[in-house]
Design a protein around this ligand. Structure first.
Ligand SMILES: Cc1cc2nc3c(=O)[nH]c(=O)nc-3n(C[C@H](O)[C@H](O)[C@H](O)COP(=O)(O)OP(=O)(O)OC[C@H]3O[C@@H](n4cnc5c(N)ncnc54)[C@H](O)[C@@H]3O)c2cc1C
Length: 208
């Protein structure tokens, strides 16, 4: 929990963190709290009231700045994302990737035999729209995954265009054939990889 105990004797409304409204304003007018110490009084559905990651802090900073400068803006955490690097382990998560899979989600999972690379794609069981991505040791572009999730893109379309997301550095080994074989078997979707890893195509996709 954030270390906010020392504020308990002030007029600020404090629980686990400093309580803020949709504009990140505390119970004291013109006093804002952002980052790890801020506890949202009304988090968006499915989201926590404290999200202690630096991206959230950055977005909150922008929101607070707008409000302080007189433009009324509600905090929008957007589609969940996080990425980190612990020693040589690198991971990213975009969207809905819960620790325990709920019924409304189905999943595809590929892991390299050496166990140091993995891709998980979650999608809605009822309509096959992608819901979330989790990558270990392989890099997928945040913007591309976010657009797929936001647009409700079908699993098939995502699989065919998976290359648009990959941004492993040039000359990194790719595992397209293995991944395609594994995902085709799991999903029952027979597909061909359509797009190549060409930046122009990525930019065209993102601006489409
Ligand atoms: C080990 C670790 C790994 C993490 N890895 C990731 C990651 O991979 N990805 C990610 O997104 N996030 C990660 N986080 C979370 C991320 O670091 C925090 O979300 C982010 O730093 C929060 O920023 P902040 O400015 O709100 O708070 P902080 O960065 O904690 O800054 C608060 C500052 O206030 C100072 N302070 C505290 N009390 C007082 C006081 N009374 N008076 C004056 N100054 C005070 C503190 O010294 C500190 O400098 C990690 C955190 C930890 C601990």
């Amino acid at each position: 929990h954030p270390n906010v105990q020392w504020l308990k004797e002030t007029m600020l409304n404090v629980e686990k963190g400093i309580i803020v409204d949709k504009h990140l304003e505390t119970n004291i007018k013109d006093v804002y709290a952002i980052g790890d110490c801020a506890q949202l009084s009304e988090p968006r559905p499915g989201r926590k009231n404290i999200e202690a990651i630096w991206y959230a802090g950055r977005m909150m900073g922008e929101t607070a700045a707008y409000n302080i400068c007189g433009k009324s803006v509600e905090y929008d955490p957007g589609i969940w994302f996080n990425s980190a690097k612990f020693l040589d382990i690198e991971y990213q998560v975009y969207g809905d990737v819960p620790g325990t899979l709920h019924d409304y989600l189905s999943t595809l999972y590929w892991e390299h035999p050496e166990g140091d690379k993995a891709i998980r794609i979650n999608y809605h069981t009822d309509n096959n729209k992608v819901a979330g991505f989790n990558l270990m040791g392989i890099r997928f572009r945040h913007e591309v995954c976010e657009k797929w999730i936001r647009d409700g893109t079908s699993l098939q379309e995502v699989l065919e265009n998976l290359n648009l997301a990959n941004f492993d550095p040039e000359f990194y080994k790719t595992y397209e054939t293995l991944i395609r074989k594994s995902f085709s078997e799991q999903s029952g979707i027979s597909y061909q990889v359509k797009s190549k890893r060409i930046l122009d195509r990525v930019t065209a996709f993102l601006t489409s």
